[in-house]
Design a protein around this ligand. Structure first.
Ligand code: GL4
Length: 835
């Protein structure tokens, strides 16, 4: 047998040019081969799904040599890399993005065209991987794409959930959840790496052994072991040769059940145990911004963290014979507290397995680790009951106690006799049941702690962790979020992308600050008209989706007013709904009132156990039902709740929006990232001074942003002095009337008291201060109306938004993480370099 030479990339690529070639013939040949050999079909018998699979494999083939070469380059150049640990990666569909980043999207389009197939239709065959809840998971995906585009060595580490975020259906106005079996048709993008499987221990006990030389070592024994199998997904940079790895761990039982005990009573138990251990990676917890204290969730967290740390250490030891240089080679970033247990796990590995002394291990751990906080909401802060922790992870708890003991000693030296302060700072919360505070563990074990927008980072220092900020002020910093312009402009808005490229060339896709060049065209009537025509076309595309699902086509001349995001009281979808009701009442009372027609579009999932959020969905749908069918309104208001909001639906909704609703109570939305995507796609924002809204407004100009509402410090002041919603309800006839209408059962004739809990909350508590902000919100919306009537004025605001949105590229965010936290330098991939 003639060996295929030594299998270097150069030879493989040369010998298989049709598998990697970029000519139309190569691509077509490759797709046909995959149809034949991978799917076992010919063109005549192929279904759209077969075609999708064949194209995906043909596309993946074109990534493989870049992927291998990227790994080899990092290894041989000893490039420092970031390991981004995240329980969520909301990556969205892969095919279109990979075709675009490879630069063969149009090639694929035309070669399918020759066969009478439409690429757009084929793309719809891909199931959207929903391995995240919302902004936090989507941010991780944007970061992975930017890291590859900027040619930084990076690994994403997470969980390969068998079931992602549930599919949402709306039945009779209510949210109904269905399991998201996203792998049912297979997944052409992932490659399992069974040979890199890792064993993870749970339960058992710790044994101290004293050695002849007097030293002591700890041994975690009698454990139950679960195997983590890594599945790798390639992450390609935009038109470069970098392919990084997203490594997701899947749980597998460690011992195959023994068939000799088939007739034994043990058989049933063995099967049950197998199923139990494999349930670890079964399903994503569907809560955004609220911690679920279930043991299985803690198992998930330790499972993927232990696998990832083992993987990191294994790879490091393969290259170096020491761990002393670990922080020079890797940066570990904790995406919120979900992976915070990495601090203790890395300590365990260094101490128990690598026999490194505590002090040294601690220095290495801190130097390698950074922590990002993503929320101030108290209900989202993770705490684990000590008894549960002790049972599940006894050795890890011991290490956390020792970390805490040494930390509190440090506190004592700095503030002697301040027990109150120690109590506040301790990693262990005292109480009837003690708890492990994961955010405290993350801060103590990291050299960097960052928030995700200026205001949020400031509140982390002053409100969330003032004691930690007192202790280590230099540890705290800000990294304002961003989104990748490749998915959120280039891919989802091809017409706008083309119009931009025509005028300012194509550099903006890799350097979004180049969008400022478009400001030159602000007064160009032709460009303005084109911007309007593109928006109309995108609204048409969105209107078709609405028509197919809701049976009516929205008026394209109406303002498409959009609020899409997770359902949460602090995001105040209810405030939007109150505005709609008030507008409706105004129109009923004054039928001749001359207001611009509007289509209100909502989308978003509520956590299945979050009853109030689910009631808000029902309210929106009930309000839609009444208003949409009221002949007196004559189509001047339409309300639509689009079910199952996810990444692929966002790619259609966002380019079709005129108005972006970013109306959280100030101080509650850490950053928001949808706000950035909308502005990037030519929508104007109605928003509060919250999260990244503040910085967006600063960039695009106050005159191009519809601002309303209390500021964060005013919210705090009001809360402190005793907030009373009735004070505002009494002074606002509009608000009072809207509340009365809901309370009267007008929107729920079949169950008049259905929305009593909603009205009661607003009248009695109004936790998120909708009443205080209502009148100002109504005023801002009136201004929107006036402005929309002047299309030239509106368009100039849209162009100011577009031209000044460059800051919110995740490329800018990632550059800052690399320079200011990770100390990474780019490592470009040369496909001709041999090692
Ligand atoms: C979130 C914040 O709520 C959101 O504002 C932010 O943009 C996002 C990414 O940083 O993180 N935090 C949690 S928890 N879920 C989010 O979406």
């Amino acid at each position: 047998r003639r060996p295929m030479a030594d299998g270097t990339i150069q030879e493989v690529v040369q010998n298989h040019s049709s598998r990697v070639g970029m000519t139309p013939e190569d691509l077509e040949q490759s797709v046909l081969e995959h149809l034949f050999y991978t799917c076992g079909k010919d063109l005549r018998s192929a279904t759209p799904l077969d075609v999708y699979r064949a194209i995906s494999h043909a596309t993946r083939d074109r990534l493989v040599h870049r992927w291998l070469q990227s790994k080899r380059t990092y290894f041989h150049h000893e490039a420092k890399r970031v390991c981004y640990l995240s329980a969520e990666f909301l990556i969205g569909r892969a095919l279109a993005q990979n075709l675009l980043n490879l630069g063969i999207y149009h090639l694929a389009e035309t070669s399918l065209d020759h066969r009478g197939l439409t690429l757009k239709d084929i793309l719809e065959e891909e199931l959207d991987p929903g391995l995240g809840n919302g902004g936090l998971g989507r941010l991780a995906a944007c970061f992975m794409e930017s890291l590859a585009t900027l040619q930084y060595p990076a690994y994403g580490y997470g969980i390969r959930y068998e079931f992602g975020i549930f599919d949402q259906e709306i039945a009779n106005g209510w949210q109904v959840e269905r399991g998201d079996d996203w792998l049912r048709r297979g997944n052409p993008w992932e490659v399992p790496r069974h040979e890199l499987s890792v064993g993870v221990n749970f339960y058992g006990r710790v044994e101290a052994r004293v050695h002849v030389d007097g030293t002591k070592s700890m041994h975690w024994v009698d454990t139950q072991t679960v195997i983590g199998v890594p599945y790798d997904t390639p992450i390609l940079g935009y038109q470069n040769n970098t392919v990084n790895t997203l490594r997701l761990w899947s749980a597998k039982a460690s011992k195959e059940f023994n068939f000799s005990v088939f007739n034994d009573g043990d058989y049933r138990r063995a099967v049950e145990e197998k199923a139990l251990s494999e349930s670890i990676s079964k399903v994503l917890y569907p809560n955004d911004e609220s911690a679920e204290g279930k043991e299985l969730r803690l198992k998930q967290q330790y499972f993927f963290v232990a696998c990832s740390i083992a993987d990191i250490i294994r790879r490091h030891k393969k290259r170096f014979d020491t761990l002393d240089n670990l922080p020079d080679q890797i940066a570990i970033q904790l995406n919120d507290t979900h992976p915070a247990i990495a601090v203790a796990e890395l300590m365990r590995v260094l101490i128990d397995e690598e026999s490194i002394a505590w002090e040294k291990a601690w220095e290495l751990t801190k130097a390698a680790t950074g922590f990002t906080n993503h929320t101030l909401l108290p209900e989202a802060l993770e705490k684990w009951p000590v008894p549960m922790f002790e049972r599940l992870l006894p050795r890890i708890l011991q290490i956390i106690y020792e970390i805490n003991r040494r930390f509190l000693l440090e506190v004592h030296v700095k503030w002697p006799n301040d027990d109150e302060r120690k109590r506040r700072l301790s990693i262990i919360e005292e109480g009837p049941v003690k708890h492990v505070r994961m955010a405290h563990l993350a801060v103590v074990g990291s050299h960097s702690v960052n928030g995700v927008a200026e205001l949020h980072s400031e509140l982390v220092c002053t409100q969330l962790m003032p004691d930690f900020h007192d202790m280590w002020p230099q540890r705290f910093n800000n990294k304002t979020n961003g989104v990748t312009p490749r998915r959120w402009l280039l891919q989802c808005n091809p017409d706008l992308s083309e119009a931009l490229t025509e005028r300012i060339s194509d550099g903006w896709a890799r350097d979004l600050s180049e969008l400022t060049k478009i400001l030159e065209y602000k007064d160009d009537t032709e460009f303005r008209a084109e911007v309007r025509a593109i928006k109309r076309k995108n609204k048409e595309r969105l209107a078709k989706v609405i028509e197919s699902r809701h049976g009516f086509k929205p008026n394209l001349d109406s303002i498409f007013d959009v609020q899409v995001k997770r359902l949460h009281e602090y995001k105040r979808q209810l405030l939007n709904c109150l505005h709609i009701i008030a507008l409706y009442q105004d129109m009923k009372e004054n039928p001749e009132s001359d207001r611009a027609p509007r289509t209100f579009i909502f989308g978003g999932k509520a956590a299945p156990g979050y009853m109030m959020a689910k009631l808000h969905i029902k309210l929106i749908n009930d309000v839609a039902d009444i208003i949409n069918h009221d002949p007196a309104i004559r189509d001047r208001i339409k309300v639509v709740f689009l079910s199952n909001y996810n990444v692929s639906l966002a790619e259609i909704i966002i380019p079709g929006a005129d108005i972006s609703e970013q109306i959280s109570m100030a101080g509650k939305e850490a950053s928001g990232t949808g706000n950035m995507k909308f502005a990037m796609n030519g929508a104007l924002t109605v928003g509060t001074l919250d999260g990244a809204n503040i910085e967006i407004r600063e960039e695009v100009g106050a005159e191009n942003f519809f601002l309303f509402g209390l500021k964060a410090d005013e919210v705090r002041g009001l809360k402190g002095s005793g907030y009373n919603p009735n004070h505002y309800i009494e002074r606002s006839p509009r608000l009072r009337r809207a509340l009365d209408l809901i309370a009267s059962g007008f929107f729920s004739p079949d169950d008049p008291s259905r929305f009593q809990p909603v009205v009661n909350e607003l009248r009695n508590l109004d936790t998120y201060m909708l009443c205080a902000d209502f009148d100002d919100y109504f005023r801002a919306q009136f201004e929107v109306d006036q402005c929309y009537r002047d299309p030239e004025n509106w368009t100039s605001k849209v162009i100011e938004n577009l031209g000044n949105i460059g800051k919110f590229s995740s490329d800018r965010t990632i550059e800052q993480y690399c320079k200011e936290i990770w100390n990474l330098t780019p490592c470009p991939i040369d496909l001709t370099e041999s090692f």
